[in-house]
Design a protein around this ligand. Structure first.
Ligand code: FES
Length: 75
């Protein structure tokens, strides 16, 4: 697996317990979250029913909850 480094956003732009939507050059939307001192980038799409995780996601610890129907994901 090849490793690539990309600058997605400024860390200060990522909300404390919510997500920031970033659209990659390929057109793929991703959601950036902070959890403590860690930063995670996931698809901006809840696998339950397709909600935007950057809009409906809330982070507590390392758990990302989609608040639309309360699905939880381990970041
Ligand atoms: S769409 Fe995310 S929990 Fe249902």
């Amino acid at each position: 697996m090849e490793e690539h480094n990309y600058r997605l956003c400024a860390l200060a732009d990522v909300p404390g317990n919510g997500g920031l939507r970033v659209v990659l050059a390929t057109g793929t939307p991703v959601a950036v979250f902070k959890a403590g001192s860690d930063v995670y980038v996931v698809d901006d799409l809840c696998t339950h029913n397709g909600a935007s995780l950057s809009k409906y996601g809330e982070v507590e610890g390392h758990v990302l909850e989609c608040t639309w129907h309360s699905a939880k994901f381990d970041l």
